[in-house]
Design a protein around this ligand. Sequence first.
Ligand SMILES: [Zn+2]
Length: 81
Amino acid sequence: MSAATCSRAGCRDDALWQVIWRNPRIHSADRRKIWAACDAHVAYLRDYLAARDFPVEVAPLESVGEAKGAQPSDAAAEARS
Ligand SMILES: [Zn+2]
């Protein structure tokens, strides 16, 4: 389930991506800002930040939940063998 909405102004689409960035001039090295982005705007938002020389990375929103869910089944598979 995705409750996040795209961060692009005027866009109401469900976000599928997270754009993780920081502004080195005002944020300390361990600060992270996260924008949610839909499929259509993830490249726009990433380029917007990259054009300002901000460190930026993109990750799928859903992988957060999937990564957590993968561990119990892995443990169960190991327990069976
Ligand atoms: Zn959007």
